[in-house]
Design a protein around this ligand. Structure first.
Ligand SMILES: Cc1cc2nc3c(=O)[nH]c(=O)nc-3n(C[C@H](O)[C@H](O)[C@H](O)COP(=O)(O)OP(=O)(O)OC[C@H]3O[C@@H](n4cnc5c(N)ncnc54)[C@H](O)[C@@H]3O)c2cc1C
Length: 477
């Protein structure tokens, strides 16, 4: 509980309409898109960089923990408050400050929702390539903190590739501006990239200069339907090996085709083993050739049916199925766990086999969803969190999937981050030396562990190190 004095001071900084301290309101901000929750002791909505800086300076003075939050759609516990912490929610810092088509940049406040930016850019004939499936809700600040990917990332890359500059309030309260509108600049130590993907543990990102692109003149959206998920996964490997780079190459298996169709009623083939949604973009004259080539490759892996959308409406329907599929599993089970392992693209079929084996071994339905072109899997494990036996099996299946991805030369997280959810697995992928370096980086930005502590790695706050001097070697903490 915050004392009245603290509440008054916070309210003075952000304004009385921009603070929540009632129980109901606070409970609503105690969640993200995982199954975890923890009620904060307050929520503040800064309106400017100055507000954020003043909040941080005050928090340091009284020893308050602050946790940045965008829309709370992350899948790793990254925006969950620790006990006794205050959430700094960026949703009211959501202005587009400039769109500069001549320099291919947009400058935004980081509480802006990704989709709102895309809508505005559309008016200029431009777009911002990173498009997480959550783009109608998630904010650019969250996207930057998680280095989010999305369906278009196969061809265009992830958030990291589109951040040219940042304004950040450091855990000291000081404001730093890094990068700018230059398309090229040789950073000595690339601070911009260090902040991207740091999951809100190194600073509060208040503004960003983003790289935008002119919209491609034409595109084709294809639907490839397979009897078996293994056939679809062979097609993925074939397309990638042929050197074709579609804009998107997404896969859904039978379970997810069914839940998506129940949810949005699109008439998808309910008996199919899997489907691929494939999109290519560029100049109109090039595209039909690419479509023909992709169709031939799909036929080599026994595609059952191959269709090209004949209108934007048809293409939009397919994307609706893909973008809503995660939520649609709620129709089948009260709980789901969503994994995020990534493997080298050539190992795609082996990872599919490993997921199928996990489903069998632990007797759990697992839907296979993948940004297939990136080798990025989102296996959805369906279960009932009220049944401890099922929860234990889910946990084991998750560890098996992480291990299988690592054995194939992959990684435990492609785009959802470590947060608190995957912290315990960090040692499976990274050496002690690497984890120690992570801690040192965190400590050099945030020695008092006042900013989003307990995410990615734990550090002991500087004041405790000081107290323990002589008993504990501070350098090895
Ligand atoms: C249905 C669904 C589909 C999804 N699809 C994708 C997908 O295709 N690709 C993908 O990559 N992810 C996806 N996600 C995950 C999630 O949407 C992304 O991680 C997203 O970027 C989170 O944005 P957010 O605004 O909700 O951030 P939050 O969840 O609020 O926060 C995420 C992290 O960012 C930090 N943070 C937020 N704002 C700031 C800031 N201004 N400064 C510093 N740190 C900050 C938080 O502390 C936290 O650690 C999906 C999630 C759901 C529920």
């Amino acid at each position: 509980m915050l004392t009245q004095v603290v509440k008054d001071r916070l309210s003075e900084i952000v304004g009385p309409k921009n603070i929540i301290t009632n129980q109901g309101g606070m409970a609503a901000y105690g969640y993200d898109a995982t199954l975890m929750s923890q009620v904060p002791v307050g929520i503040v909505f800064p309106r400017s960089t100055e507000d954020v800086s003043a909040l941080v300076i005050y928090a340091n003075k009284i020893g308050l923990i602050l946790v940045p939050r965008g829309a709370g759609t992350n899948l790793s516990g990254g925006s969950l408050p620790l006990e006794g912490s205050v959430i700094v929610c960026f949703s009211r810092m959501n202005r587009i400050l400039e769109i500069d088509p001549k320099n291919f940049t947009a400058t935004v406040e980081t509480g802006l929702v990704n989709f709102d930016l895309q809508e505005e850019l559309e008016k200029f004939g431009y777009y911002y390539p990173p498009d997480p499936a959550s783009y109608k809700a998630s904010t650019l600040g969250g996207n930057i903190a998680e280095c989010s990917g999305g369906p278009r990332c196969f061809k265009y890359g992830v958030t990291r590739d589109y951040i040219l500059g940042l304004e950040v309030v450091l855990p000291s309260g000081k404001v730093i501006e890094i990068g700018g509108k230059n398309f090229k600049s040789e950073f000595r130590y690339d601070l911009t990239r260090l902040f991207v993907g740091s999951e809100g543990t190194l600073g509060f990102v208040t503004r960003a200069i983003l790289r935008i692109l002119p919209k491609p003149p034409a595109k084709r959206t294809m639907l490839a339907i397979y009897n078996k998920v293994e056939d679809a996964s062979r097609s993925v490997a074939e397309i990638v090996a042929a050197g074709i780079i579609p804009t998107t190459l997404e896969m859904m298996d039978n379970l997810l085709i069914n839940t998506a169709d129940e949810h949005v009623g699109l008439g998808l083939p309910l008996d199919a083993g899997a489907l691929l949604i494939i999109e290519v973009d560029g100049y109109d004259v090039d595209l039909d050739n690419q479509v023909r080539l992709i169709e031939e490759l799909c036929k080599k892996s026994d595609v059952r049916d191959f269709k090209v959308a004949t209108s934007q409406d048809e293409a939009d329907q397919l994307w609706l199925a893909r973008r809503t599929v995660i939520g649609s599993v709620g129709r089948r089970s009260p709980s789901y766990s969503l994994q995020d392992v990534t493997v080298p693209r050539s190992a795609f079929p082996q990872m599919v086999e490993a997921i199928l084996a996990c489903s069998k071994k632990y007797d759990l339905p697992i839907g296979i969803l993948a940004h297939a072109g990136d080798g990025n899997f989102h296996p959805l494990v369906l279960f009932d969190e009220r049944k401890p036996d099922e929860v234990a099996r889910v946990h084991k299946a998750e560890v098996d999937m992480v291990r299988a991805a690592l054995d194939l030369g992959g990684t435990m997280s492609g785009e959802h981050g470590i947060g608190v959810l995957k912290k315990e697995y960090l040692g499976l992928e990274f050496s002690d030396l690497a984890i120690d370096l992570f801690r040192r980086i965190k400590r050099s930005f945030d020695p008092h562990a006042m900013l989003n502590p307990g995410k990615i790695v734990d550090i002991v706050p500087a004041e405790l190190v000081e107290k323990r001097k002589g008993t504990v070697d501070g350098t090895s903490l």
